[in-house]
Design a protein around this ligand. Structure first.
Ligand SMILES: NC(=O)c1ccc[n+]([C@@H]2O[C@H](COP(=O)([O-])OP(=O)(O)OC[C@H]3O[C@@H](n4cnc5c(N)ncnc54)[C@H](OP(=O)(O)O)[C@@H]3O)[C@@H](O)[C@H]2O)c1
Length: 308
């Protein structure tokens, strides 16, 4: 497994993160198998959120973790707060952040989170309140490092004006199918294609300039929850290109799709979501695949993009 150091953040973290969004569907024994499979494949970083199964993902993880024999201090646990599906709102007020973290720690049965991310922007967020919440959480030893998810550069700048702690992570969607994080740079100023529309205000370059590590979510998904493009007959060219490289490297197509993200010089982490031990093992083999510059473009073009 490749590892990286998050600037001003946790060191020696695995390039591949095990996402736990799909854990609520498992028994605690199945969840323990998924955690062990990821750990044995070299993953030392686990991603949660308060809204995954309305807290069930965190509960299942804490029920399963004692069965794994893994020590708490040997892994990084991350969770996210701010999304409240039951209330139909996003909430970054101080009280909400503080009570969310207490709930997370309670459900995960741990004294501290390695990293806390604010999940999606609260349209009414007040950066001074966020700053107060983060300061209190750090002082109480409840959270070691802080970050964001799905935020634009200007929202991040606004927070940075008040928040004392470095914002070290931005969790963003990226896959061969959902590559808008990358696309716009290629088609900029081009009136003939929708690809030229900036959908994130240049967040990729912003993160690189500001030493913010990008964590790419849903690396194998179509749209947000459209199923995977791996072996999907609607993506024949992409699957052909993935298969050719997979055969050459002796790995699965899913590993090549993840390696495509890891090849980017922004040195991102990738969050996988499979709960199937065989898929976890296969997917983590991405870490030993070094795609060439040309492989990267071949896959990008096979996913339906074109060069201007
Ligand atoms: N910040 C955000 O807004 C946000 C949003 C969404 C997700 N996330 C995070 O990102 C993580 C990953 O999201 P995701 O689950 O959508 O990611 P994903 O890895 O793109 O998709 C996983 C899904 O693909 C399926 N799949 C089918 N064939 C596969 C194969 N050959 N190899 C691997 N998986 C295969 C898996 O099913 P099987 O289980 O049957 O393998 C699973 O249902 C989440 O757990 C969460 O932590 C963050």
């Amino acid at each position: 497994m490749k590892h990286l150091n998050i600037v001003n953040g946790p060191q020696n973290v695995s390039a591949i993160i095990q996402g736990c969004m799909r854990m609520p569907a498992l028994t605690k024994e199945e969840a323990a198998k998924a955690i062990i499979s990821a750990y044995e494949a070299g993953v030392n970083f686990f991603d949660h959120a308060t809204c995954y199964g309305a807290g069930e993902a965190e509960i299942r993880f804490s029920e399963a973790f004692p069965l794994t024999g893994i020590k708490r201090e040997d892994i990084f646990i991350q969770s996210k707060c701010g999304i409240y599906p039951d209330r139909r709102e996003f909430d970054w007020t101080k009280d909400s952040i503080l009570s969310s973290v207490d709930g997370i720690l309670d459900r995960l049965k741990t004294d501290y989170l390695d990293t806390l991310l604010l999940h999606r922007p609260d349209l009414l967020f007040d950066p001074e309140e966020v700053a107060e919440a983060f300061a209190a959480l750090e002082k109480a030893g409840k959270v070691r490092w802080f970050g964001l998810s799905n935020t634009t550069p200007m929202q991040t700048e606004l927070l940075k004006k008040y928040v004392e702690q470095p914002l070290v992570i931005n969790q963003l969607q990226l896959s061969l199918e959902q590559s808008q994080l990358i696309d716009q740079a290629l088609y900029m100023n081009n009136k003939t294609t929708e690809m030229s529309v900036s959908r994130d205000c240049g967040v990729l370059d912003y993160c690189r300039l500001n030493d913010i590590t990008i964590q790419a979510w849903s690396p194998l998904q179509i749209g947000m929850f459209g199923g995977t493009f791996i072996d999907n007959p609607d993506y024949p060219e992409l699957n052909k290109a993935l298969a050719m490289i997979a055969e050459r490297e002796g790995v699965s197509k899913s590993a090549v799709a993840i390696a495509w993200i890891l090849r980017h010089p922004a040195r991102m982490q990738v969050i996988i979501g499979t709960m199937n031990p065989i898929h976890i093992k296969e997917t983590c083999e991405a870490s030993r695949v070094d795609l060439s510059h040309n492989d990267w473009y071949k896959l990008y073009l096979a996913s339906g993009k074109f060069l201007p």
